[in-house]
Structure formats: structure tokens, C-alpha cells
Write a protein of this length. Sequence first.
Length: 270
Amino acid sequence: MPDALRPFADVSAVRATGDGAYEAVVDPEWGVGTKPNGGYLLTMLGRAAVASVGHEHVVTTSAHYLHSPDAGPVAIETAILRKGRSADHVRATMLQDGRACVEAVFMVGTLEQATVPHWDAGAPPRPTASRDDGLRVPGTSPTGLHVPVMDQVDLRLDPATASFARGRPSGSGELRGWLAFLDGADFDPLSLLYAVDAFPPATMEIKPTGSVPTLEMTVYVRALPMPGPLTILHRAQLVEAERVDEITTVWDSADRLVAQATQLAGIRLD
């Protein structure tokens, strides 16, 4: 466990500073290179959104990444768009030095502890490989990029989808694996906003690249996760015009689908 390890709840904490206003600190260890992870930033916005209304769980969010903040203090402004009996809608904007960095709209409601799908045939099958056989992702990418966030979490990849680590990408555009916090903390609806963006780019199994920055991301939180590591399927669909869309599906330790996300990211291939 690294000396700089800090619980995710602490590094994504927000503090109220006024009516609908909050402050937070972007931790330099929760990113890729010098850029903070997009799901980590979204969690901060989610905490502010939940704190501003009566319901307790993020159910959906759609975020646009306008400008990557530096490590250090940020401000978060929230505006309640609609209050309802079962859900509230909140806009949250992260700013640094007065410049908007991330803007997201959240639906905040209350998720039940145990739910059973009425129909799930349209969802992809849950990966079935053993986590014990997974390859731990290190803090340096195959292209030499420093990825400090990988020293903060236990992220393992199914060897069958990690051909890029051996210098021979399979061309599948798919990664499968598992995610846990090194301090043993369990996931909740807010930390699932990080989980859906925790994996390396699925394009690594097409061709290794540098940073693949998120431009827009939509997340659905489907259920309260049970304690334990998450199983994640991360797929690229189309690479064109220096952009790629990726779909992420997350299952908890009880094999329930607990989160889904789709994102559009920038990419540059030689």
C-alpha cells in the first residue's frame, strides 16, 4: 500500500461554503499524468449535487468536460433545476480560478438495497474469469505515461484482454477486469461514478496511445452495490475523426449490474 494512499471518500470530499456553493481539492494522485481522472471529478460534483437536495443517491448524470483543472482547490456551484417526490434534478459546475472545468446535470433519487431485473437480456454477459488470475495495472502505461491513480486502487485486467501489455494488441477494443479500493472501502453510488471511468482506454487493445481525455460522459447508477470488488467490461465501439466512444458496464460482487456508462473521448493515433 503506497505511503500517499488516501481514502477515496476523503480525496473526493466537498465542503459547503454558501447557498448551493461548495469547495473541494483535486488530489494530484488521482489522475493520468498531470490530468485528474474524469470519473473522480464527477464524483466531487455528485457529492455537491446530493448535498444540495433531499434525496441521497445519484441515479443518472451527463457531464461535459470543458477544461481539465490542475491539482488544487476548485469551487463547485449547484442549481436545483427541479424538485420532485421521487427524484430531484441538479446542475453542478466545477470551476478553477473562475474558469468552468466540468459541467454536469444529475438526477438524484433513492435506490433500493435489493432489486431484481424484470428483463436483462439486452445487457452484455458478465465476464466470468477469475480475479485471482488478473494482472494488476501498474502506475506507468506501456507508452511510458505516469498514471498515479493506479497506485491508489487495485485494478486488475483479465490476461485475455491485456495483449497490449505484451506489445501485441489483439484489435478487440475490449478490456475486462476488476476494481477495488486499496483501503478496503466499499463502493457506493457516488464512487461508482469513478468506477465507470477507472479503466485504461479500451483502445489500448487496438493501439497504445497517450492520454485519451473524456469529452462527454453519461452514467446510469442502477442499484446499490454490495460490498466487494467490482467486475467491469469496458468496450470501444468506433474510432473516427480523432474521437472514440466507449461503453462501460459494472457488476458488483453479487453479480448484479450496478452501473452503466458511455463516453466520447479524444484520441490521436499515429
